[in-house]
Design a protein around this ligand. Sequence first.
Ligand code: MLT
Length: 203
Amino acid sequence: MEHIFKQGKEENGPTLLLLHGTGGNERDLLPLAEMIAPDHSILGVRGNVSEHGMPRFFRRLAEGVFDEEDLVFRTKELKEFIDECADKYGFDRTNVLAIGYSNGANIAASMLYHYSDAIHGAILFHAMVPIRSVEMADLNGTPIFIGAGETDPLIPAQETKELAADLEKSGAKVTEFWTKGGHQLTRDEVDQAAEWFKKNYKN
Ligand code: MLT
């Protein structure tokens, strides 16, 4: 997969896996990583699917309606790509924190639903319930931050609550942060995610 890896100065703590929204690329979330966890190593990845030239992490049939077969395939593909990168760049495969926005948050959520060891923490900005037909993986204490907008036209509040409940039931430690905004990422959410990161990873 197209990607960028940058070795951070910080030798302990998680490598940040950056997953962009529809139409983005492997560099899009670099400024977010800088705001949330400066000095950590980062792996920014570009989605392998193209929707009219816009990179995505999996196919969709319509807005908000996912091609589940492709989602399952791409989720495994991304997990295995992280395995390869850990070998190649020498980062700790057992400590990867995903930061995803929209489509990128959805594939991060899909990794959490399917696997207990694909990622070890997640910051999900404007994520949906990725799939409803799987038995959830055991998430045993995985720290997860969910940022959501009360008036997000793509994601009803009820769906965010379902996502949080699914993850919690599987053992994850979920923190929700709500803004009055829509689907766009707000500065508030990023600041809260940075606070959450400090609390969970810098003690
Ligand atoms: C998705 O397809 O993953 C969601 O609808 C969000 C997006 O448009 O990227």
